[in-house]
Every structure is written in structure tokens, then in C-alpha cells.
Design a binder for this molecule. Structure first.
Ligand code: GRG
Length: 309
């Protein structure tokens, strides 16, 4: 089948995809699993467990864990096998938001539509809640089944790599250091690749690994995850200036206020939209080797491009 025909078939399947049911059902499964994996809010010392639950169950979109489950299905796997890995990624993501909101970092008062963790529990507990979410992520991931091509060691390395000082934290460092400076577009891409793409791509790759995917499937998922991750951050930059705080659930306009380098600030709003569309088209192309089983991933990438929060 030609590349154009294959792409049309995948797009047709994705267009008929019941995305809103898929999103609400997967979010519910993820919430149930997170509650099973985490110590209950009453576990002593209750303050730290209440703070972890407060941030984790504050109404996040659950994009990363849903992508993880969809990647498992795209490789013929069972989403239940991917669940510990999906939950681990969501815990790491939430930790990064809790720490990012601290006065020493972005100093934000609102996140996920409610006061930030440090506003409710104080800075000390917020630092510890972030630390505990990062730690519990590895505890949860270690409970996965392990697969012939991807034993536990490989899974833990994958997570540690994405969350570490060469990826997620590297992006945050470069982001902090670029504040108030004019930086070239390739430097901004470096920040986005690390701050956003790395963990999102890791979620997708871990989903594939939970299906014991082939190296070719992992390669396709990696390309998909990187393009979608970059598109996600470009859209995030756009939404920061086009949507009100109530819609975003966090303070809008913070990027301009903090003099952050963003795609709209460097190339303008229209060009930024074109870049996000181009990255999403590349993400669709990356899915071609996975065939129609990747319909959910295709529909998710399309949704992420069009999202308004
Ligand atoms: C180690 C002290 C220390 C801090 C780490 C790494 C880090 C702090 C922060 C990076 C976090 C960050 C703001 C990344 C940008 C990615 C992004 C757009 C996050 C928002 O993701 P959504 O929209 O959020 O999926 P929800 O709330 O829906 O889950």
C-alpha cells in the first residue's frame, strides 16, 4: 500500500474514533490505579500523603498515561500491563509541576484549577510531596510485569533517563537560565525537547515496551512521541497567551510576565500554529508502520493539536 493510502486509512480510522469516551474511560482507569498504588491520604504522616493526593487528583488531563496505554494497544498489548508504567509517568509529571510552581521556580499560585500545593500545605511540604511523588513513581514502575525484551532494569533506566539531569531537569535548568534573555529558536527547541518531549516520549515508549514491542515498533513510537511532545509545548506556549486563566486552570500570561522564551515570542502566533501543525503531521507519519491499531494515538495527537486547555 502506498504511503499516501496508508495515511488516509489511518486518518479515516482516527476520524471515526470515539475519543471523548476513550479519554473519560482511560482517565477513570488511571485514577483508580493511582489510588491503589499510592498510600492513602490518612497514612501517617497524613500531611505528606494528603499533599500528594491533593496535587495528583486535582483534575490534570492525564495525557501522558493515556498516551502510554494507547501505545501499548498500538503494539497489540493489554493496557492493564501498561498501567504501572502509565501511573509512574503521571507521578513524575505531577512532581515536576509541584516543584515548578514553587516560589524558587515559577512561583505560581494556581495549578489544575486550584491553589498550588505550596499555597495549601506550605513550601516545605510541597518540596517533600514532589520528592515523594518522584520516589513513589519508581516504586510503582518496579511493580510492572517485566517483558522478555524489556526486563525491569530496562524499564527503570528508561524512566530515570527521562526524569534526570539530561532531560526533564536539563530542560528546566535551561528554561530558568534563559529567562529575560533573547535565545535562538534551536535553543528553545532544546528546552522543549527536554522539558516536555522527553517525559511524554518516555510515556509512549513505555507503553510499547509493556507490549514487548519490536525494535521497529519502538522506533516508530519514539519518533511519534518526540514530535507530539514538541507540538504539545508549542501549543502550551500559544494557549498561555490566547486562553484565560479560568480555562487553563493556571495563571495565563505567565510566560510574557517572566520574560520566557516561547515560540509565539520568537516566531509569532501564526507561525507557531503552523509549526505545531507540521510537527503533528510528522507524528502521524511516524505511526504508519503501526497500522490501524494506532488509531487511538492518531486521534490523541490530533486532539492535542486542537486542545484549548
Ligand atoms: C527538580 C526542583 C526540581 C524541579 C523540577 C522538571 C521541572 C521541575 C519542571 C518542568 C515542568 C514543566 C512545567 C514542564 C512543561 C510541560 C508542561 C506543558 C506541563 C503541563 O502539562 P499538562 O498540560 O498538565 O499535561 P496537566 O495539569 O493537564 O497534567
Amino acid at each position: 500500500m502506498s504511503k499516501a493510502r496508508k495515511q488516509a486509512t489511518a486518518a479515516e480510522v482516527a476520524a471515526a474514533f470515539p475519543l471523548s469516551t476513550y479519554l473519560s474511560e482511560r482517565s477513570r482507569w488511571i485514577d483508580q490505579a493511582l489510588r491503589r498504588f499510592l498510600p492513602s491520604p490518612g497514612t501517617k504522616p497524613a500531611t505528606i500523603h494528603r499533599a500528594m493526593h491533593y496535587s495528583l487528583f486535582a483534575g490534570g488531563k492525564r495525557i501522558r498515561p493515556i498516551l502510554c496505554l494507547a501505545a501499548a494497544e498500538a503494539c497489540g498489548g493489554d493496557p492493564r500491563d501498561a498501567m504501572p508504567l502509565a501511573c509512574a509517568v503521571e507521578c513524575i509529571h505531577t512532581y515536576s509541576l509541584v516543584h515548578d510552581d514553587l516560589p524558587a521556580m515559577d512561583n505560581d499560585d494556581f495549578r489544575r484549577g486550584r491553589p498550588t500545593c505550596h499555597k495549601v500545605f506550605g513550601e516545605g511540604i510541597a518540596v517533600l510531596a514532589g520528592d515523594a511523588l518522584l520516589t513513589v513513581a519508581f516504586e510503582i514502575a518496579a511493580q510492572c510485569r517485566g517483558w522478555p525484551r524489556y526486563p525491569h532494569q530496562r524499564i527503570i533506566l528508561e524512566l530515570a533517563h527521562a526524569a534526570g539531569s539530561r532531560h526533564l531537569i536539563a530542560g528546566q535548568v535551561a528554561d530558568l537560565e534563559s529567562e529575560g534573555k533573547s535565545i535562538p529558536i534551536h535553543e528553545l527547541r532544546f528546552i522543549h525537547q527536554r522539558k516536555t518531549s522527553a517525559l511524554l516520549c518516555c510515556a509512549v515508549r513505555l507503553g510499547g515496551m509493556s507490549a514487548n514491542c519490536t525494535p521497529a515498533q519502538l522506533n516508530a513510537l519514539t519518533h511519534f512521541g518526540m514530535q507530539v511532545g514538541l507540538a504539545f509545548q508549542v501549543i502550551d506556549d500559544i494557549l498561555d497567551i490566547t486562553q484565560p486563566s479560568e480555562k487553563l486552570g493556571k495563571t495565563a500570561g505567565k510566560d510574557i510576565q517572566a520574560q520566557k522564551a516561547t515560540y509565539p515570542a520568537i516566531v509569532g502566533l501564526e507561525r507557531s500554529k503552523q509549526i505545531a501543525e507540521h510537527l503533528t503531521r510528522k507524528a502521524f507519519e511516524a505511526l504508519l508502520p503501526l497500522g490501524t491499531r494506532a488509531a487511538a494515538l492518531h486521534a490523541l495527537a490530533d486532539y492535542l493539536l486542537r486542545r484549548d486547555r
